[in-house]
Design a binder for this molecule. Structure first.
Ligand code: TIU
Length: 216
């Protein structure tokens, strides 16, 4: 049984009950000129995630383990976008990479380096959490997945929301610190601390080389 040296305690899983979740590694969040930058954010804080996450995905695929990708976004008619989210601006407006966070637009899709392989599910989600209004839970139940390694962006927004949602649904979540990113270094540090504090109040935290080593 793979065993990962993690905070606050060892995280174990079986090869047949774990999935890697890759949250919202989309051009609109990561590339200069995209939605993230238009909100005033420093996108260079996110690009450092690409290399370690790419290595983790390669190790994961080499073991034949499942990867599920997510994308935050909306239908072109915005019918799935809550008025409160729309009112804060950006969504559906014309950006450098097409309409911002609209399904089918270039900016809405995943960065080239982390492109999903054929057969890997891509869950489109209208919210920050990957369970709300999506088929994710159904996908996990179909394959009896009970443990998740959760990666992607941003640490304190969509990663946190998803880990909290997963925890409430009974899934144990391990977050590799170098495979999640925040526009704000302080939020990255505190966001990770919040997960593992209080005896792992809603998850575990490790580093990706430790996860990869546990797979060998
Ligand atoms: N994917 C995700 O985290 N969506 C966001 O809008 N994050 C921000 O930090 N803005």
């Amino acid at each position: 049984m793979p065993s990962v040296d993690a905070r606050p305690s060892t995280f174990t899983f079986e090869l047949d009950n774990v999935a890697l979740l890759v949250i919202d590694m989309q051009r609109d969040f990561l590339l200069p000129g995209g939605f993230g930058e238009s909100l005033g954010n420093d996108v260079s804080q996110l690009s450092r995630v690409i290399e370690p996450l790419s290595a983790l995905m390669a190790a994961w695929r080499a073991q034949g383990l499942p990867i599920i990708h997510t994308r935050e976004g909306h239908q072109p008619d915005l019918s799935d976008c809550p008025p409160s989210k729309l009112a804060r601006g950006g969504i559906g407006e014309q950006g450098a990479f097409g309409r911002i966070l609209i399904r089918g637009e270039y900016g809405h899709d995943i960065v080239d380096e982390l492109a999903p392989l054929a057969g890997e599910p891509v869950v489109d989600k209208p919210g920050k959490g990957a369970f709300y209004a999506t088929e994710l839970q159904e996908l996990l139940e179909k394959d009896n997945i009970q443990k998740l390694v959760v990666t992607g962006v941003t640490t304190e927004v969509c990663v946190h929301t998803t880990v909290r949602e997963a925890n409430d649904r009974g899934y144990d979540c391990l977050v590799p610190a170098d495979c999640v990113g925040s526009y704000f270094p302080e939020f990255q540090r505190v966001g990770l601390e919040m997960i593992a504090a209080q005896g792992g109040i809603f998850g575990w935290v490790a580093d990706s080389p430790t996860v990869i080593a546990a797979l060998q």
